[in-house]
Design a protein around this ligand. Structure first.
Ligand SMILES: [Zn+2]
Ligand SMILES: [Zn+2]
Length: 258
């Protein structure tokens, strides 16, 4: 068994569950602890199966309840040293649970292999990830302003992909954000648009890819139906039978078999 659920995703908070039969990992905890517990309960995933919390970068929509979560379960907090130094003040007392990772260096949590790799984002050491178990591979690419050769190389053989589809470029440019924020979101250190998500996917598409979950949608500059439609028309144009889902800010997805 190798499954994932996006517990929540969007500009207001992100958290992802990855689990095998023996091990479960929480990637980022940017929503309240209460919401994490209720999502796990609804998915019938026991709290004690969570063996580690992994953090992608320091932004509060990824770290809000990281400290509370590791203290509550008394489990390792796996984070890069630079990221920790930028958000330590927000995490509270976690020193006894700290374990550092470096981007580019794979590590194991139980029987799940975790591969962090650098993403282009306005954070000190922002990472995307692959998770592998039993010859199946899950990719998570959120919070990236553009995709590099490293991104497409790392994601090239994933069976399931959780991919940022943050904004519609017209909605962003004509929307209420001030100019500096618009510039930041669409910059190389911001977030992927719906069209950029299609661009990334088109470079890594292969017959072994089975599930695609669009995530980190902006509530101001995107709409779930629009993100779905843009990606779906690309998938139909290449006659792909891939299963397409859109993660929500307010509800967890079901458990998806990687
Ligand atoms: Zn971010
Ligand atoms: Zn984010």
């Amino acid at each position: 068994m190798f499954q994932t659920s996006v517990l929540a995703s969007g500009s207001k908070g992100n958290s992802i569950l990855i689990r095998s039969t023996d091990t479960a990992i929480i990637l980022d905890a940017g929503i309240s602890l209460k919401r994490i517990w209720s999502a796990l309960e609804a998915l019938q995933v026991p709290r004690h199966s969570i063996k580690a919390v992994v953090v992608s970068h320091e932004h509060s929509d990824h770290t809000r309840s990281v400290g509370a979560l590791v203290r509550s379960l008394r489990i390792p907090l796996i984070i890069s040293a630079d990221t920790y130094s930028y958000c330590a003040h927000r995490l509270g007392k976690v020193q006894e649970y700290l374990r550092y990772f470096e981007s580019g260096a794979d590590f194991l949590v139980g029987d799940i292999l975790v591969s962090p790799f650098r993403s282009s984002h306005d954070a000190v050491d922002s990472c995307n990830f692959c998770f592998e178990h039993d010859d199946r591979k899950l990719g998570v690419a959120l919070d990236l302003g553009y995709f590099s050769k490293l991104t497409t190389f790392k994601l090239s053989a994933v069976n399931t992909l959780i991919l940022e589809s943050n904004h519609d470029i017209t909605m962003l440019m004509e929307g209420p954000y001030d100019w500096n924020l618009k510039k930041r979101v669409k910059s190389e250190h911001g977030h992927l648009s719906n069209d950029q998500a299609v661009g990334l996917l088109s470079q890594i598409m292969h017959s072994g890819m089975e599930n695609l979950i669009l995530a980190h949608l902006s509530e101001t500059n995107n709409h779930p139906d629009l993100a779905f439609e843009v990606m779906n028309s690309y998938l139909q144009s290449i006659r792909s039978g891939i299963r397409l889902l859109v993660a929500s800010q307010h509800e967890h997805t079901g458990l998806v078999d990687v």
